[in-house]
Design a protein around this ligand. Sequence first.
Ligand code: A2H
Length: 253
Amino acid sequence: EGVVPQEYTLIKMEVVPPFPAEFAHLEGRKVYLAAATLRPETMYGQTNAWVLPDGKYGAFEINDSDVFILTERAARNLAYQGLSRVHEKATCLVELTGQELIGLPLRSPLSFYEKIYCLPMLSVLTDKGTGIVTSVPSDSPDDFMALQDLKLKPPFRDKFGVKDEWVLPFEVIPIIHHPEFGDKSAEKICTDMKIKSQNERQKLDVAKKVIYKGGFYEGTMIAGEHTGKRVQDAKNLIRNKLLDDNQAVVYSE
Ligand code: A2H
């Protein structure tokens, strides 16, 4: 963990009932995958959620109605930030593996797609954020390559029990115009750099930096109610609206 605290926005990706057998007894509660992002302005472009298949997760009580699925580490941090039903204590209702979360249908705030699915990504870290990531393949090279791997490699889908219909219908949505890399900047830079898979860590780290810099500081919104505004100016407007509407919470670590 860094010395400077990182402030994330946790996006409440609602698990659409009916729930699978592993947490059928949560029926009647609102259950969310809580995805940590630094880019709330990109939520229009969500196509899925990411979990680490071997990761350990739990369903934790946040208050009388809401249950968040995330790592225990994040649940403990949240408890100290006033987000647990029991004061300063994380209470786990069910322990879950990432593999058990794959295929969950989700409704996520601002997403153009009404229903999206939880899918596996091998670069998800369980000691950062919540261990849940929301996927925006238009603007994140990691998300783009992980989705490409699933789309182009049927054996990779089979390995994790991923159904075609959780992946194939979800196209990259242009949401930000990047001055140098256009409207699907992550796809463009991955093609230009000839990145072959989600495992090309060094290249992806370079791609991520380049895309982030131009997209955030010089990008323009081309989707949603802030179309035409600079990304820099839209970010806090979008973030504050998500927080006001109780579709997101603040999380620091
Ligand atoms: B960002 P930082 Cl469009 N493991 O959100 C791996 N990656 C994680 C993670 C974890 N446990 N928790 C969060 N992240 C991702 C959107 C996005 C993000 C876009 C473009 C760039 C970008 C959609 N995914 O991040 O190491 C999340 O992806 C590049 C900085 O704390 C989160 O924001 O700086 C970002 O990494 C946080 O990374």
